[in-house]
Design a protein around this ligand. Structure first.
Ligand SMILES: [Ca+2]
Length: 235
């Protein structure tokens, strides 16, 4: 087995290979006319796990229901152990960080979770610090930590108004863990002031590392006028 540092470095490279900027972008303007894209096991719309590790799992399910106007189900995320991480991220949202000024997602914590109080699925944006081609050392992760709502109740998180940790992805650093450990949080405006050319190339839900025992679900990921409704099957 490779040591953790090796795994993280390989994962970062895998992200760059799997999600090359806008090269795989779907036709049409995702940020023009409003619309909803239904994401199912059969129609992933370029969503994929990226920094996954350990024994965590993802499953489209009706078990925890869905938020209002979110269909019948959602994407369930399980991280039994602290070392587990599962993600669900798409590059269709690639573009300037300003895109996320109007963005949100919904999440719920299964009441049966044994994780620490307050834990719920988080959100991350992978970004190129200076735009253009993603060069060495240019991968940064923006991490949003939700304040978990009551267990079993779907809660909407306003990402545009949120505060984010900004972490350069180098070596063995886990941006989520780093943020959880007290990383400085900044508004999107503050981040755009500091890094005017920073450009997102992927974004989505993150659960772990450090969320052992958490069972959660995410749904209605919205960026700009585009909403992704996560469902076990097509309507
Ligand atoms: Ca749904």
């Amino acid at each position: 087995m490779r040591h953790r540092g090796g795994i993280v470095v390989i994962a970062a490279v895998a992200v760059a290979v799997l999600l090359p900027a806008t090269a795989l972008a779907a036709p049409g303007d995702l940020f023009g006319p409003s619309g909803t894209t239904v994401v199912t096991p059969e129609a992933s719309n370029q969503f994929a796990g990226t920094f996954d590790r350990g024994t965590g799992s993802r499953e489209f399910s009706d078990r925890l229901g869905a938020p209002p106007d979110g269909g019948t189900g959602a994407l369930e995320l399980r991280t039994p152990a602290d070392g587990d991480k599962v993600q669900f991220i798409t590059d269709e949202v690639a573009g300037p960080l300003a895109r996320f000024a109007e963005s949100s997602y919904w999440a719920v914590r299964d009441p049966a979770s044994t994780a620490q109080e307050g834990r719920a699925p988080s959100f991350q944006i992978a970004a190129d610090v200076n735009g253009g081609e993603l060069g060495p050392q240019e991968l940064y992760l923006l991490t949003y930590l939700p304040d978990a709502g009551p267990a079993g109740e779907w809660t909407r998180y306003d990402l545009g108004a949120g505060r984010w940790c900004v972490t350069q992805q180098v070596g063995a650093v886990d941006a989520y863990q780093d943020c959880r450990a007290g990383g400085e949080r900044r508004s999107l405006d503050e981040i755009m002031d500091s890094y005017p050319d920073m450009s997102a190339y992927a974004a989505g839900a993150n659960q772990g590392a450090g969320d052992g025992g958490l069972v959660g679900a995410v749904d209605l990921i919205r960026v700009g006028d585009r909403t992704y409704d996560l469902e076990p099957s097509a309507p």
